[in-house]
Design a protein around this ligand. Sequence first.
Ligand code: ADP
Ligand code: F6P
Length: 466
Amino acid sequence: MGRLVVISNRVPVPTRNGDAPAGGLAVALNAALQERGGIWFGWSGKSSPGAEPPPPRFQQQGNISYVLTDLTETDVEEYYHGFANRVLWPICHYRLDLAEYGRKEMAGYFRVNRLFAHRLAPLIQPDDILWVHDYHLIPLAFELRQMGIKNTIGFFLHIPWPPSDVIAAMPMHEEIIRGLSHYDLIGFQTDYDLDNFAGYLAREGIARNLGDGRFEYHSLHFKAAVHGIGIETKSFAQMAQVAIGNSAVRKARQSVESRDLIIGVDRLDYSKGLTQRIDAFERFLRAYPGYHNKVTYLQITPKSRSEVPEYETMQKMVAEEAGRVNGAMGTLDWVPIRYVNRSVGRHILAGLYRIARVGLVTPLRDGMNLVAKEFIAAQDPDNPGVLVLSRFAGAARELKGAVLVNPYDTEGTANAIARALSMSLQERRERWQNMMNFLLEHDVSHWCDAFLKDLTQDKEMQAAPI
Ligand code: ADP
Ligand code: F6P
């Protein structure tokens, strides 16, 4: 197999001292890139004034070249805040009510994809394998093909793919989605997403279904398949075991005293169902007064995409809701909800998951949700906590030992919290073991290897001597 070229909007560039960046995706792709040699290309996260961003910057780390391109302020506004996060993100998360479509933003989206193609194409060698990530870059393969790039190109969608009618509500949806036919393989998180995608292609007459995940659009052939993303299970579990000795984790433990800890960890995003979760926690406290002063719910939620108006509004709502519940339910010596708007180090996070009795992961819609997987990996096998998981997270298709909830059902979620807190040790162990076995087998390296194998095997078969 040739070099690997990974392209994503955000690039997890290693820290100055050369440490690998945190996060399963970064760890897995870095490992694959180091092994094969390769490039990780994407946005630097910076914007520059003027009409044209400066040339990309290169940063070498072992076998990997990081290639980072700035964008103009207009690009960031139209492509990232505008089209990616005000159209594609809400639509893919079933939030038609929040989508703000504009032709200017769509033009910016295509323009930045073209810019990426122009900056990437000169770096590509004939047998490189290209792997493009996420909704920001749907048109990239088309733009590269226009420039004569014939390499194998795969695409992985980290977020959900909704039913056809939801996608079809996006003006000019065919123009955008047709771009996917220039990839060789399109990977989805779950079978639901893949079914929705196949349904959309059939309903809109965009491509012919040849069976076995294969499609044809004019002379283009492409495959679509499920490749649910994993985490670095083993090392995360080890990190959690060590992290309970970490001073920040010990302080957190001491500060909740003998109360049971319920933990939520999410970017501050409307897809995560935070107001519904806080309401469910309040309902739980009202329905089960025996738990007053016996539990603390810690919600660690860094702000995200704050320039997007829908996020700004929701940030205020979540903060108000947490304050309201604390005001209504708290006492002189007990604050039921600790609401924290910051990122914490990965090892601290691992330790906090481990000392928690319940992990509350209740998104209204989520591609996979890695927090659910991290929570399980971090548990103490002798005394594991319980995962309360939304049925609308991709992870619910895989983690059969979780207590599944419908996050729109406040009372049901409240009861699930009570059930998790009172679950017997034996049941907790059985549920946890089932999920941990799955996560050990389907870790992030497995995901990476399986996707790349699926992407390249047809070409390898064609090239093999008969
Ligand atoms: P999304 O990709 O929508 O943000 P995921 O749950 O799939 O949702 O992934 C989120 C990732 O970000 C996880 O690896 C999680 O550990 C990390 N993360 C989320 N919140 C925090 C936080 N407050 N501090 C540190 N890492 C966080
Ligand atoms: O997992 C979905 C995703 O949109 C990633 O593509 C992205 O890097 C992450 O969430 C965080 O979002 P952002 O890059 O917009 O801060």
